[in-house]
Design a binder for this molecule. Structure first.
Ligand SMILES: *Cc1c(COP(=O)(O)O)cnc(C)c1O
Length: 372
C-alpha cells in the first residue's frame, strides 16, 4: 500500500489535454482562472500561482526585501525547503523548537529568539494543521515583524473558518503530489496586500511590465510562473478539495479510534476551533520505540510509511548556517526520531485503514508488549 496517491480522474486529463490542443501553454487564462478560484476558496484578495511552493517562498521573501544580514525565525521541524528559501535570498534562518502536540512552531520559542536582526517569522502549518496564528500575529505586531506562512501542506486548513495562508503578510501553498491537491509541481502565493501583490506579479515574470507594444523591464526578476497546463489541472483539483478533505478526515478518525488508549503512540491532536486536513497522518511513537524498525516491518507487509518530517538543524548542510548560534531544539529532535506517517488518501478503502492500523498495533505488541 502506498503512502499517498493523487486524486486524479478524467476531468484533470481532459483539462490538461484541452490546453495542449489550444497551443497556449504558458501562463495565461487558465492560470488567471485558477488564481481567482484560489482567492475565492481561501478568502484572499490576491493569488499568484508559481512553479512550486519553494519558488513561492523565495519570491515572497524577495519582495519583502528580506536578505543579507536579516534573520527569519522558522520551526526546526519542517521540510528543508522552508530554510532553503531563506538561505537563497541571503538571510539566515533561525530554527526554533516546536510544540509536540501540534508539531508546529512554539510561540514562546519565537519570542526567545528574536534579535535586532530578526525581520520575519515563517511559521509552518505542519501536516495540515495551522500553527498558532493568533499568538504568532500578536508577537509579529509587537516586534514589527513580517509573517510569511509556509502553508505548503495547508490549503483548506482553518482556524475559526479563517484559512491558512491568510493571516500573515502572505502565505504559500504547494501543489506537489504529496499535498492535498496537485498540479504535478506547483504552488501559489496569497496576500491581501496591494503593494506586495504588484511586486510579486512583476518579479514572478522576469521583472517585466507590459507597455503598449513590448515589455519594459523595471527589475531583475525570475521566471517562477506556473504553466496553464498545470493550472488547468489545478482548477479541477480545487473543485474536489472539500471531498478530499472529508475523506481524509474520515480515515484519520478511524485511525484515531483504532489507536485509542495505546500507550506506545500518540495520535494527532487538534486544538479547539482548528480544522485539520491530515495532509499527512502522523503519529508520535513513545520514547524507546524504534521508529525505523517499525517502518522496515511495515514494508515487509507491503505497507509504505515514513518519518514525519526533518529536523532542519540536524541536516548535514545546515551546520554552517547554525555555527554562529547554539541551537537547542529537543522537541524537534524527538519528533524527527519518533514520528511515523501512515498511508492516507481519498482512494483508500476503509478496509485498508484497518489493515494498516492492525499491522502497526501487531508489530508494536510483538516487539514491546503492552508495557514499555
Ligand atoms: C512540500 C513542502 C514544501 C515545498 O513545496 P514544493 O511545492 O515541493 O516546493 C515547503 N514547505 C513545506 C512545509 C512542505 O511540506
Amino acid at each position: 500500500m502506498k503512502l499517498t496517491k493523487p486524486y486524479i480522474s478524467f476531468q484533470e486529463i481532459y483539462a490538461a489535454s484541452r490546453i495542449l490542443k489550444s497551443g497556449n501553454l504558458t501562463q495565461g487564462k487558465a492560470s488567471a482562472r485558477f488564481e481567482s478560484d484560489i482567492c475565492e476558496y481561501v478568502g484572499s484578495k490576491y493569488a499568484f500561482v508559481t512553479s512550486s511552493a519553494t519558488t513561492g517562498l523565495h519570491l515572497s521573501l524577495d519582495v519583502l526585501q528580506i536578505g543579507e544580514g536579516d534573520e527569519v525565525i522558522i520551526p526546526d521541524f519542517s521540510f528543508p525547503a522552508t530554510a532553503n528559501s531563506v538561505i537563497k535570498v541571503g538571510a539566515r534562518p533561525i530554527c526554533v523548537d516546536i510544540d509536540l502536540k501540534t508539531f508546529c512552531i512554539d510561540p514562546d520559542e519565537i519570542e526567545k529568539n528574536i534579535s535586532e536582526k530578526t525581520k520575519a517569522i515563517m511559521p509552518v502549518h505542519a501536516f495540515g494543521l495551522c500553527a498558532n496564528m493568533p499568538e504568532i500575529m500578536k508577537i509579529a505586531r509587537k516586534h514589527n515583524l513580517r509573517v510569511i506562512e509556509d502553508a505548503a501542506c495547508a490549503i483548506g486548513s482553518t482556524i475559526n473558518q479563517q484559512h491558512a495562508g491568510t493571516f500573515g503578510d502572505c502565505g504559500v501553498y504547494s501543489f506537489h503530489p504529496r499535498k492535498l491537491i496537485t498540479t504535478g509541481e506547483g504552488g501559489a502565493i496569497v496576500t491581501n496586500n496591494d503593494e506586495l501583490s504588484k511586486l510579486i506579479g512583476i518579479s514572478r515574470s522576469h521583472g517585466g511590465v507590459r507597455a503598449e507594444l513590448f515589455f519594459e523591464f523595471i527589475d531583475s526578476g525570475y521566471n517562477f510562473r506556473l504553466s496553464d497546463i498545470n493550472s488547468a489541472i489545478g482548477i479541477e483539483q480545487l473543485l474536489k478539495i472539500e471531498r478530499i478533505i472529508s475523506a481524509r478526515k474520515k480515515y484519520a478518525e478511524i485511525y484515531n479510534i483504532l489507536f485509542e488508549g495505546n500507550s506506545l503512540l500518540t495520535t494527532p491532536s487538534v486544538p479547539e476551533g482548528y480544522s485539520h486536513t491530515y495532509q499527512s497522518y502522523v503519529v508520535l511513537l513513545s520514547k524507546g520505540v524504534d521508529r525505523n524498525f517499525i517502518i522496515r516491518e511495515l514494508k515487509k507487509l507491503d505497507i509504505e510509511s515514513t518519518l514525519g518530517t526533518y529536523s532542519i538543524s540536524s541536516q548535514p548542510y545546515f551546520k554552517e548556517y547554525s555555527a554562529h548560534k547554539k541551537i537547542s531544539v529537543p522537541r524537534s529532535n524527538f519528533a524527527f526520531a519518533q514520528t511515523l506517517t501512515l498511508p492516507l488518501y481519498p482512494g483508500m478503502k476503509r478496509r485498508d485503514v484497518t489493515t494498516v492500523a492492525s499491522a502497526l498495533l501487531a508489530i508494536l505488541d510483538k516487539k514491546y508488549g503492552k508495557t514499555l
